[in-house]
Ligand binder design. Structure first.
Ligand code: ADP
Length: 264
């Protein structure tokens, strides 16, 4: 059982210019083994939501529960993958993957077995001793996913992990991630601004409002698994895409209007 719950989470940043209400009373439950995606207009608080879930920022109100236990700090129970900077540049791919296990004092033979398995699975064969700067963007993110999985976290938190990749690499990464998810069945909370990515990957999509971010709509994605790229052109996929595009367009317009209404 590996469930993550955000309960009535609110987040207000204090800046020199004043206070920014990023999130307002958000409740999200991702049950064991579910792949949940968060989409929403730019600046609506998606990254903030994930940082709160990771314990990297403390919410102004509300709490985060992993398997029912409150948590307020980062922990090995939640693996993180960001758009960039998920790897230590001074460690090789293998040492990056084994880092969490080394911290836990896992015996070397077990560490190696685990990193070998993940290196094979993430198609990083031949790059175990390479440093991150020698890797392509797609490889870096594959290594980052391997690193997050190595600890066998209960929950995987992903913030735009493919956001910096070109369209083709992104598609390959999405396919790899669905394969891996089918294999390990981790509970995943995945933030993206790419609507098609959310539909392709998710069991459920939370669509956020403009800032302060709240959950506006929750959509179930009933496309069969394993997902394939042919599904992208199915009427069901197109129906979901239009629905989400419509909501985000409305929310983005609201954001522009409220900006215009604000005194300069
Ligand atoms: P998204 O990921 O949806 O683009 P963010 O969570 O990054 O949104 O940001 C939500 C809002 O909070 C934005 O208005 C952003 O400017 C603000 N914000 C994010 N991080 C900080 C911070 N550390 N300090 C002040 N404001 C912040």
């Amino acid at each position: 059982m590996s469930e993550i719950r955000l309960v009535e989470v609110a987040m207000r940043y204090t800046t020199r210019q004043g206070q920014v209400q990023a999130l307002e009373r958000i409740s999200v439950t991702v049950p064991d083994g579910q792949f949940a995606c968060i989409v929403g207009p730019s600046g609506c608080g998606k990254s903030t939501l994930l940082m709160v879930a990771a314990g990297l920022v403390e919410p102004t109100e509300g709490e985060v529960l992993v398997d029912g236990s409150p948590t307020s700090q980062p922990g090995a129970d939640r693996g993180m993958v960001f758009q960039s900077y998920s790897l230590y540049p001074w460690l090789s791919v293998r040492r990056n993957i084994e880092f969490g296990l080394e911290m836990k004092k896992t015996p070397k033979a077990d560490r190696e077995r685990r990193s070998n398995e993940l290196i094979r699975l993430m198609k990083l064969d031949g790059f175990a001793d390479a440093y991150p700067k020698a890797l392509s963007g797609g490889m870096k993110q594959r290594a980052a996913i391997a690193r997050a999985l190595a600890n066998d976290p209960q929950v995987l938190l992903m913030d735009e992990p493919f956001g910096a990749l070109d369209a083709q690499t992104r598609q390959i990464m999405q396919e790899m991630l669905t394969d891996i998810w089918q294999r390990y069945r981790k509970t995943v909370l995945f933030v993206t601004h790419d609507i098609e990515e959310a539909i392709f990957l998710g069991d459920v999509i939370y669509v956020m409002t403009n800032r302060p971010g709240r959950i506006r709509t929750t959509l179930q994605v009933d496309l069969p698994r394993p997902r394939t790229f042919e599904m992208v052109s199915s009427p069901q996929f197109a129906g979901l895409r239009n629905q989400v595009v419509g909501i985000i367009h409305e929310e983005s317009l609201k954001a522009v209007e409220s900006e215009l209404a604000r005194p300069a």
